[in-house]
Design a protein around this ligand. Structure first.
Ligand code: MSP
Length: 597
């Protein structure tokens, strides 16, 4: 487990390295001076150990309703936020909606609504989805809010006053769907649905248009070596590693200055450039500042800002790992601690998107699979390093196998009145299960104990690097081992009237309940409702569910177990009800009938 003090030491070392390299970078004297003061600033602030943590999702475009891919970004962030709370951190978690820009302006026009009403409608849909899926954000930001306008204008003025923004002109390709400027190398030929030849972004496939405009430019080119220094000094700043390498490669290529405004005549739906009513601030600069707005910028913001971690999809990596750090360096602010990148959900091998018409409705699916079912599926099947293809069938199979049969079955066995008539956390008998092999336990049982004892550390390491699927894989493997343990010793065959059999039976149940307590505790960030139900059934109180409370099977080490002898919780309901795959059942009625028997 990475302790906060380790984190602090690490960031101090990184800052030190960065301070040293900043002196060596070939940036002009003005920028060098700025960088050094930023780094000095960050070093004094970052070295504080206050157990604060700040995690963000990208803010979501409101041009269309939320889909499964959006929920995925939010579930990952929610999982990390909940995990940090379990570790005892004071964690802040922001999400919200990105409401300005040409794309939204055009969507509102097409819907025949005034932009703010349009944005409010869609923003509420995101909020509704997140509330329904237990996304426990502590702040929901909309870029149309007054606090955000103030933050963006202030941020702009800081860059302007430092000479980092200048009036220029942009001539090149622009993708409205991606709200992104592209070079000729990033553009290719395609044919639209009406057979017209068009130009598209090679990365996103979205249509691009040629534009030529007077606007404001940001001196992005001046920050290249500082960005490289930052990354080289912080090899874990972008995770997983493959995306870190992608960014390093971008920084070795040409990094032209960036247009940061659009002519007001074309884009009215946005924040005007301070002091120039003819120009609107570029939507990405506007949107990225949301992370600062939530932190309280321009007023008190250091507490959260020094410990910021961003979750982003791979399609928006450049904005977060190149433009955003450059803006922050320019504004004299510390850089984010980590940028966690995830890949995409595809359907039939294609990225889910409204324009392709292959979106999966997360609200509908979370009704079908339950909220926790949906969360579990996304985090268990979603691999950050590569895309995952979505099918309903995969979800049915996975949830039935792992949540209903394996985990739910284990709880059911250990709490069923037939095996546990007193409905208590049964006693552990050290003679039946001694710490060294002997008694009635066999070698495989000791292997299982070893695996469960190590599980919290394994899981924490995977949560920490956003490999949630690996954490769930490890938990699932342990649940299988515990089911194997129960199966192997078949407690239902033991003779209750024989005192040694009775003690062994209670021990088997005790060990299994201890395993379940660890699984329930570790699963809280992923499936909060199921974990709550599980832990409540075991009689584990809310104050006993932190990562510091795990202390697995103390009795085998001759220590007291606070749970032993407690009456189990009264909710005897099924942990996760098996799902019926209606579509498949319709297609395959015979198979279903057989399966039900
Ligand atoms: N508004 C910008 C972000 C600004 S943050 C300062 C944006 N919005 S978005 O709505 O298009 O995307 C939000 C998030 O959803 C991104 O992380 C994106 O990667 C994610 N997803 C959108 N489609 C997705 C999939 N098909 N699969 C997984 N996530 C994807 O970009």
């Amino acid at each position: 487990m990475r302790t906060p003090s380790l984190l602090v030491t690490r960031s101090c070392k990184a800052i030190h390295r960065l301070q040293q390299s900043a002196f060596a970078s070939p940036v002009s004297a003005v920028y060098r001076h700025q960088t050094i003061s930023v780094l000095r600033n960050s070093s004094t602030i970052s070295c504080k150990d206050d157990r604060s943590y700040y995690i963000t999702t990208p803010i979501f475009y409101v041009n269309a309703s939320p889909h499964l891919g959006h929920l995925y970004s939010a579930v990952i962030a929610d999982c990390l936020h909940r995990y940090k709370l379990l570790q005892g951190f004071n964690s802040k978690f922001a999400t919200g909606t990105d409401e300005h820009g040409l794309k939204i302006q055009q969507a509102a026009e097409a819907a025949g609504k005034d932009p703010l009403t349009f944005c409010t409608d869609v923003s509420e849909r995101f909020k509704h989805l997140f509330n329904r899926c237990n996304i426990s954000y502590t702040d929901y930001i909309r870029t149309t809010e007054q606090r955000h306008h103030q933050a963006v204008k202030h941020f702009w003025s800081v860059l302007w006053n430092k000479g980092l923004i200048y009036k220029g002109s942009y001539e090149g390709w622009y993708s409205t769907q991606d709200e992104s400027f592209l070079t000729a190398l990033q553009v290719g030929d395609a044919v639209d649905s009406s057979g017209n030849e068009i130009k598209v972004s090679l990365e996103s496939g979205h249509k691009v248009e040629w534009m030529k405009e007077e606007n404001y430019m940001f001196r992005l080119s001046a920050f290249r070596s500082q960005l490289l220094d930052w990354l080289k000094g912080n090899p874990r700043a972008i995770q997983p590693e493959i995306f870190y390498q992608v960014v390093l490669k971008w920084l070795q290529e040409d990094l032209p200055d960036l247009s940061v405004s659009r002519q007001r005549s074309r884009l009215q739906w946005g924040i005007p450039v301070p002091g120039d009513a003819e120009q609107t601030i570029y939507v990405w600069l506007d949107a990225l500042v949301n992370y600062l707005t939530v932190a309280g910028y321009p007023d008190i913001h250091n507490q959260s800002w020094n410990v910021a971690h961003h979750i982003v999809g791979k399609d928006i990596l450049k904005f977060h790992a190149v433009y955003w750090p450059a803006f922050l360096l320019g504004a004299g602010l510390p850089l984010p601690q980590t940028i966690y990148v995830h890949s995409h959900w595809t359907v039939g091998g294609k990225k889910m998107s409204k324009s392709l018409g292959n979106v999966v409705d997360p609200l509908e699916r979370s009704k079908q699979f339950t909220t926790d079912g949906m969360r579990y599926f996304l985090l268990r099947q979603g691999v950050p390093d590569s895309d995952s293809d979505y099918t309903d069938d995969k979800a049915f199979k996975l949830l039935n196998a792992e949540l209903a049969d394996s985990l739910g079955g284990l709880l059911n066995r250990c709490t069923a009145p037939a095996l546990n008539p007193a409905q208590v956390y049964t006693a552990f008998c050290p003679q039946s299960f001694p710490s060294e092999q002997g008694g009635r336990a066999v070698g495989e049982d000791y292997h299982m104990l070893e695996a469960v004892k190590n599980l919290p550390a394994v899981v924490e390491q995977h949560y920490e690097s956003m490999h949630v699927y690996k954490a769930l894989e490890a938990i699932s493997a342990c649940v299988r081992q515990t089911n194997g343990f129960v199966q192997r010793h078949a407690p239902w065959k033991l003779e209750r009237s024989d005192i040694t059999d009775q003690r062994w039976l209670d021990t088997i149940i005790h060990v299994s309940l201890e395993c379940l307590r660890i699984y329930g505790t570790l699963l809280q960030p992923v499936v909060p409702e199921i974990s709550d139900k599980l832990l409540s059934r075991l009689g584990v109180q809310p104050g006993e569910r932190g990562l510091a409370d795990v202390n697995f099977l103390p009795k085998i080490r001759g220590m007291d177990c606070p749970f032993e002898g407690r009456v189990l919780g009264s909710d005897t309901g099924v942990l996760f009800t098996r799902l019926e795959n209606l579509d498949r059942d319709k297609q395959n009625p015979k198979k279903t009938k057989k399966a039900k028997k």
